[in-house]
Design a protein around this ligand. Structure first.
Ligand code: N2P
Length: 430
């Protein structure tokens, strides 16, 4: 009888846990990458559509690699996550993603296919020639990697080459994104510019180049950069630029849009450029990992993120550009004071002359000198080792001296307090 009661109690606990899990949606996204007020709105919308309760548990990460390791090694049960293209490629190759299925979502509220820009669908298609990533991922935001610069301290010519990140004139005022792949790619493009011009190598080949020779060349370049680095930052670079502490920031276009606007309010003038040698174009997308436990709510969440008004709010809040190619999104970004640019590649043949911020939507000539990164598989470990050698050396001498002094101080304090205790005990006994 006792055994039966224990078993019944255990089953009740398990049952209540599992039914609770059905009402929880675990979302894992980049920091500063959403208008968080859309989350409770999703909960209400989900209830209205399905009659079911849902609670969003929202967590953030700063770099792709941290997020990946939680899924790859930790098998964490996030329901929906937002990796970048080359990580989507890796997760696809490793069988870590579930195919998406929106059949349960009525046509009247299915915002996915009708809104994703064909340009972005092509980017996802190019991720892997054998498996169409569009079957596993829905694009969220996209952009380029480039240089944010303070226009009072740096000329567009100086900022227009990747060499600027090791320009001694700006030493101590340079911020580098703590994103190994997104720094490696532009530096390699810079180092191989002659070969690119001569046509002996293509951008796509460079994005797959994890050779020891290229890694060593990028490492040598970055070691020249590091003495001038104000910070390797995951998300504080844009803020440092608005405060005028940094004058150069290797960063993503969305952070540039946010920083330009914030800086203008305090009288600091920033601009953004994709250096002439070329760069990478990236796209982050929603995927459902293999260990997800609420696939239904995850699918509805992805759909909700594609609703044009939600996409616009996320853009306005973060500075990043939605993959949504609908007219509603296009119209929300028009600013008649700007020069027209050709955005037909993104919004379709009608959009040859559109007045929008070119940092948000680069014109075709910028896109043409950018390429998509690719997964390196096991060679990624070589990149991460190189990255920590570069950054670790930077912290070295002073950090080690401080750590040694702190350890000595702790040992001295412990010895001193033991001695005093002994003395006190002796005097008590007397
Ligand atoms: C925003 C993160 C943007 C991710 N904090 C760019 N791939």
């Amino acid at each position: 009888m006792k055994k039966f009661l224990i078993l019944a109690a255990l089953s009740a606990v398990l049952l209540s846990c599992s039914s609770n899990r059905d009402q929880i949606l675990k979302v894992y996204n980049w920091s500063d990458y959403i208008d968080e007020s859309v989350l409770p709105e999703f909960e209400a919308w989900y209830k209205a559509q399905t009659g079911e309760d849902i609670k969003v548990v929202y967590q953030t990460f700063d770099v792709n690699e941290t997020m990946l390791s939680k899924i790859e090694k930790g098998h964490e049960d996030y329901d929906v996550i937002c990796p970048s293209d080359y990580i989507i490629e890796r997760m696809l190759n490793e069988g870590l993603l579930l195919p998406l299925d929106f059949a349960a979502i009525p046509d009247s509220i299915n915002y996915i296919n009708q809104n994703t820009s064909p340009y972005i669908r092509q980017i996802f298609h190019d991720i892997n020639p054998n498996i169409d990533a569009n079957d596993y991922a829905v694009a969220y935001m996209w952009g380029t990697t480039g240089i944010i610069y303070n226009t009072e301290k740096v000329t567009p010519e100086e900022a227009g080459t990747w060499d600027v990140i090791r320009n001694p004139k700006f030493a101590g005022q340079i911020l580098i994104k703590d994103a190994p792949r997104d720094v490696y790619s532009p530096v390699l493009i810079y180092l191989k510019q002659k070969e690119l011009k001569e046509g002996t190598v293509t951008m796509d080949e460079l994005m797959k180049d994890s050779s020891d020779e290229s890694l060593a060349a990028v490492e040598a370049f970055l070691k020249q950069v590091k003495d001038g680095v104000l910070g390797w930052e995951a998300d504080f670079g844009k803020d440092q630029m608005t405060k005028g502490r940094g004058v150069i920031s290797l960063n993503w276009s969305g952070d540039a849009v946010w920083a330009k606007e914030e800086a203008a309010e305090v009288g600091v003038s920033l601009d953004y450029i994709v250096p002439e040698e070329g760069s990478n174009v990236w796209c982050d997308g929603w995927v459902i990992p293999k260990y997800a436990q609420n696939i239904k709510a995850a699918s509805f969440f992805i759909d909700f993120m594609c609703r044009p008004d939600i996409a616009i709010r996320n853009m306005d809040e973060t500075g990043y550009v939605s993959a949504n190619g609908s007219m509603e999104v296009l119209e929300s970004q028009i600013d008649e004071s700007l020069d027209p640019i050709d955005l037909s590649y993104f919004f379709g043949p009608e959009a040859t002359s559109i007045r929008v911020d070119p940092v948000l939507y680069p014109d075709k000539s910028v896109i043409d000198r950018c390429a998509l990164e690719h997964d390196w598989g096991a060679d990624t470990a070589k990149l991460l080792a190189m990255w920590s050698r570069v950054k670790g050396d930077n912290a070295s001498s002073l950090t080690y001296v401080i750590i040694c002094l702190a350890v000595l101080a702790i040992i001295a304090a412990v010895l001193f307090s033991n001695k005093s205790k002994k003395r006190r005990r002796k005097s008590h006994r007397r």
